[in-house]
Design a protein around this ligand. Sequence first.
Ligand code: NDP
Length: 238
Amino acid sequence: MTQATARSVFVTGGNRGIGLAVARRFAAAGDRVTVTHRGDGPPPSEGLLAVRCDVTDSGQIDQAFKEAETAHGPVSVLVANAGAAQDRLLVRMTEEDFTSVVDTNLTGAFRVAQRAVRGMLRAGHGRIVLISSTAALRGAPGQTNYAAAKAGLVGFARSLTQELGPRDITCNVVAPGLTETDMSRALTAEQRRALLRTTPAGRLGTPEEVAEAVAFLADAGYVRGAVIPVDGGAGLGH
Ligand code: NDP
């Protein structure tokens, strides 16, 4: 399906995994899509604008937005997808394990959302989607850092929703369950089995299934401050 008007879409961590599936979904709908990456960019044949950006660095974020704005116009859809885990039981977790995961997953989303909202306020329109996790509301052993950061996104989205009030700018959260990407491939077979035991669907999700929920939120105007689970039932509606 092609949009009547192509939107300028910005996806952090859009070079692989869920971010790449999201970027492809928007590009297939006719949008102009910028993806950020730190190492390898997305496959060159994808037709995506690839810009280097580490979400822990505000200067790099500003530069990446400038490149996106120059090529595609003001960003009207932001998908804050970049994320990383550093799993360890609390008793073994270092402060660096904790703060670095929060810095990427939560403070990184704050940085990109703040940069995007300025332009959205000028344009009077915008859609922000934050990629959280089932772990945000269920928690998970070894993930006190990651779950806290992902839960923080929910409070962030709901607070921003109230700040934005009646403007046509929305902020919502997508909470994937275990999804087939490099991140889930890093789990041991036993960890995967344990997670699947609490997933009624009995299988991992696909990045494309997460991308469908993101695309829905980018179209919706009256869905605000919501958390949409795409988790095969693992979060039982939370
Ligand atoms: P991947 O590990 O496949 O990809 C992670 C992406 O985030 C990469 O593009 C990576 O960029 C980027 N990234 C990591 N750290 C930074 C940083 N500091 N600055 C900029 N980019 C960064 O993970 P997924 O695709 O699985 O994860 C995407 C999102 O979905 C994450 O937020 C994750 O927490 C969330 N999620 C994933 C689940 C899963 O089971 N896969 C389940 C629930 C949530 P680079 O290539 O440069 O490293």
